[in-house]
Design a protein around this ligand. Structure first.
Ligand code: XBP
Ligand code: MG
Length: 261
């Protein structure tokens, strides 16, 4: 049986609830700055999240929800520029400290570091967004805690493709059965499971009803000693927050299942 050596975290929705009050707000401000009358409501944004990647999401919006928009000759360039200004706005929002980490995230990461587990990130979002979130919501030096930060356009195919996880595993020089992945969405778990990673899911408002059949466990959040998590699917446990003991247990259970097949 392989030993657990590394944890690989998704960012948006998993480390912090960034979509509704972060990315969505930044997209809308970027549209205003560009004199576009587009407005992504909370509800519409939920539909747009079907597509990962901000540039890809803008294109999807035009294709499916705003066909009347007269497209400029160079649509790729237009979208890239709009997305650049969205990234600037989003990273400024993070610098203001407006988005905190989700419950249990910092505690678990600190426990993992103390135990010598290696840490990595596998996300669709732009690298600058990851740096800003880690610095402003986690710790001034948090970027250095992660050995690999796999983000954005570093791979051509974004989640649900498994490419970003394959990339992170290659950089860590580890096999999938030596790691655990943390995700919050259906697209996310398709990507992590596509790379054969045992995956722990913490849902959020947008992803509560997603299909997480393949998850090792589905929780409402990672939990704190004084704020217990709810197990939404998977093994019931005596613990009320996600700690290293529970991670190791889930890791072993997943391997035992594979070996039994
Ligand atoms: C979430 C995404 C990203 C963000 C927006 O990624 O799909 O596109 O919504 O960020 P994950 P960008 O859950 O994998 O962290 O605009 O920089 O793409
Ligand atoms: Mg996510």
């Amino acid at each position: 049986m392989s030993e657990l050596k590394a944890l690989i975290f998704d960012v948006d929705g998993t480390l912090a609830d960034t979509e509704k009050d972060g990315h969505r707000v930044a997209f809308n401000l970027a549209f205003q700055q560009a004199d576009l009358d587009w407005d992504w409501s909370i509800e519409l944004y939920g539909k747009l999240l079907k597509v990962t990647g901000g540039k890809e999401r803008i294109r999807y919006y035009l294709d499916e929800f705003n066909q009347a928009f007269e497209r400029p000759d160079n649509l790729d360039q237009f979208i890239a520029k709009l997305h650049n200004s969205k990234t600037e706005i989003y990273t400024s929002l993070l610098a203001e400290g407006s988005i905190p980490l989700r419950d249990g995230v910092l505690r678990l990461i600190q426990e993992a570091r103390q135990a010598g587990l290696r840490l990595a990130i596998a996300t669709t979002t732009t690298p600058a967004n990851v740096s800003a979130l880690l610095e402003h919501a986690m710790d001034e030096n948090a970027e250095s805690w992660f050995e690999v930060i796999a983000a954005g356009d570093i791979v051509p195919a974004k989640k649900p493709a498994a490419d970003i996880y394959f990339y992170a595993l290659e950089k860590l020089a580890l096999n999938a059965d030596e790691c655990l992945a943390f995700e919050d969405s259906h697209n996310g778990i398709l990507a992590s499971m596509g790379a054969s990673l045992t995956t722990i899911v913490t849902v959020n408002e947008y992803t509560r009803d997603h299909d997480f059949n393949d998850a090792a466990i589905v929780l409402d959040h990672m939990g704190e000693p004084d704020k217990p998590f709810k197990v939404l699917k998977g093994p019931q446990t005596d613990t009320s927050y996600l700690d290293l003991d529970l991670l190791k247990q889930l890791h072993q259970q997943a391997q035992a299942l594979v070996e039994a097949v």
